[in-house]
Design a protein around this ligand. Sequence first.
Ligand code: F6P
Length: 324
Amino acid sequence: MCTIKKIAVLTSGGDAPGMNSAIRAVVFSAAQFHIEVVGVLRGYDGLIDWETIPLGLEDVRNINNQGGTILFTSRSERFLQQEYRRQAADNLTKHGVDAVVAIGGDGTLRGAITFQEEGMNIVCIPGTIDRDVACTEYTLGFDTAVNTATDAIDKIRDSSVSHGRCSVVEVMGRKRGYIALWAGMATSADGIVLPEKWDGNFNRITDAIKKRHTDGRNSYLVVVAEGVIDAPELAAMIQADTGIESRVSVLGYIQRGGQPSAKDRMYGSLMGAYAVEVLRQGRKNRIVAIKNDILVDYAISEALDIENNTLDSFQYELSLRLSE
Ligand code: F6P
């Protein structure tokens, strides 16, 4: 066991439901071992500017059900520069902080790798709705985001059915299609467009819609992951090719906010507590991950070397079969 006396906790990158549960669990677990916790505001920017608040049990007692992050967040451009990382490291040393717990996605992890070169000890918790961190089966926020997207798409479908239209719905996911795949399957979409599988073949989508139209269907739903194809352009093409009135809905930040699901609260709690345990056991520069539904940790550098997770092929094949 190593003696950690003071931890700084921060959230960085896109906010994700469940981050607050992780913060709460860090504070509660640290308190058990008389470890002081300081909350760093606005991610890595707050480390550079030393914008912090003390975090005690009373500060985090009722935050499990809150969306967003009580510590605020940023995508720090300055942290990409070594001189600012040095400034952040000097701040930590000056204030007697032994280790940092950083909760965030891919950019946060990349920041952590460079930060360890400044002699810092940083443990990361994967928090992003995109589920795009290769070393872990789960990232905080994914479940809530998929449920929010599913709920919104169900509502859009009601209107689509009433009007006999085709709805094209764009969801988030950065370069990954997990939100689109899960929300698309959950809402029985007629087409799901994923970055991992997109071959540029518009006809595949319009042909499927035309076939269903011939079979007597009068409304259609296509779920598109952001960044693959322009959703308004796709809707215009569907309308031009099939003659079916088509409308676009971009879900945007609605799917990143809101009350965390029970799963995100639970995994946030587990990961936060586990991060403190990793530090107490003297392991340095680690990322907390889920493997076979069990908590594990990897060296941050090793974790980023793991090949980026491809889409589960069975899930993808099934999505095709179930939309036929
Ligand atoms: O990484 C989470 C995410 O919501 C992505 O799905 C999306 O591409 C991106 O963040 C949007 O980022 P910003 O908040 O900077 O607009």
